[in-house]
Write a protein that binds this ligand. Structure first.
Ligand SMILES: Cc1cc2nc3c(=O)[nH]c(=O)nc-3n(C[C@H](O)[C@H](O)[C@H](O)COP(=O)(O)OP(=O)(O)OC[C@H]3O[C@@H](n4cnc5c(N)ncnc54)[C@H](O)[C@@H]3O)c2cc1C
Length: 296
């Protein structure tokens, strides 16, 4: 590995992390005529479906960038949420009745990689770009600006002087660590399982459905490709361990409902715990945190 100093035109803002938050920020800064540079340590965009639901307020913000129509074309409008307990329906909330004030009276289901793609396309239309394989490894600041140290794929290390830095670099944020900020909060004991499946059932395909039964919970979110995201929460101390399987999902469906539903063709199965954490400050002088870097 060789170290080398590179110089380039100084942007007003260095954005660290090209997830949905970094991409949104880059687009919004460029829209306002503020120059920025967007770096990411990964070698390409993630193709994981991750966050699915885009709410009305977010669509209003995407409209300011002019990308709301593209998002709507590529996504699926979910018009309602149903809840049942012990097999009995107890609520159905029709978003068209409860979100009358919004031009978007639904939850738009769009996989995160699609959201990131449309934000990237818009960034390119504004002559912006993501610099992949560029990892922030150091940061210092004075009253006039910030000195950022960026390592590239070929091992070269670049010193870059910018006006401001925004850490949009996710839950394990390097910016937050480099600032020495605590990420106070808790990891909930309850264990969750998640995956995408094809469902055969009687319920309307496009509605969000949640079913509870004695401390167990399963929710179904429709996806634009005809499948459903399934999220399962287990009763404390009764969660399975090891790999999530289709059989496990089918057992929870039998327990919580709807009993006639049959799941098949599983992908992206994993377990996770929910964290609730917040950085002690979102700003230190000229350096900011945003998105998962700031709060999860
Ligand atoms: C399986 C899964 C399912 C999920 N489902 C949902 C859901 O249903 N609903 C929901 O709201 N959320 C969900 N999430 C969470 C959601 O994906 C995150 O909240 C979201 O991605 C946060 O966006 P972000 O831009 O803040 O950070 P990220 O998307 O984490 O992006 C951070 C970026 O920073 C880059 N980076 C990290 N360190 C550096 C560095 N030192 N230098 C340069 N770049 C760096 C990373 O490569 C990454 O591209 C899910 C997450 C997963 C993993």
């Amino acid at each position: 590995m060789t170290d080398e100093s590179r110089t380039r035109a100084t942007p007003d803002v260095l954005i660290v992390g090209a997830g949905p938050v970094g991409l949104t920020l880059a687009n919004d800064l460029l829209r306002r005529g503020i120059s920025c540079r967007l770096i990411d340590s990964a070698d390409h965009a993630s193709q994981k479906t991750k966050a699915l639901g885009i709410h009305a307020k977010t669509l209003e913000l995407l409209a300011k960038m002019g990308v709301d129509h593209t998002a709507i074309e590529r996504g699926l409008k979910s018009p309602a949420f149903r809840l049942s307990s012990d097999g009995k329906p107890i609520a159905r909330i029709d978003f068209r009745q409860h979100l009358l004030e919004s031009p978007y009276p639904y939850v738009l289901m769009l996989p995160q990689h699609e959201t990131e793609q449309l934000l990237t396309d818009h960034l390119q239309r504004q002559h912006g770009a993501i610099e992949w394989q560029s990892e922030l490894i150091g940061i210092t600041q004075d009253e006039q600006g910030v000195e950022a140290v960026v390592r590239h794929a070929d091992g070269t290390v670049e010193q870059s002087r910018v006006g401001f830095v925004v850490g949009c670099d996710g839950a394990h944020s390097a910016v937050r660590h480099l600032l020495g900020l605590h990420f106070a909060g808790t990891t909930f004991e309850q264990s969750f399982a998640v995956g995408n499946v094809r469902l055969a059932w009687e319920l309307p395909y496009d509605e969000i459905v949640a079913c509870v039964h004695r401390g167990n919970f399963i929710a179904y979110f429709p996806m634009v490709d005809g499948r459903h995201r399934v999220v399962i929460a287990y009763e404390l101390e009764k969660a399975p361990t090891g790999e999530v399987t289709l059989e496990e999902i089918q057992q929870v469906i039998a327990l919580c409902g709807p009993v006639e539903a049959r799941a098949s063709d599983p992908t992206d199965l994993t377990r996770f715990h929910v964290n609730q954490r917040r950085a002690e400050h979102y700003r230190c002088g000229r350096i900011f945190l945003a998105g998962d870097a700031a709060h999860i």
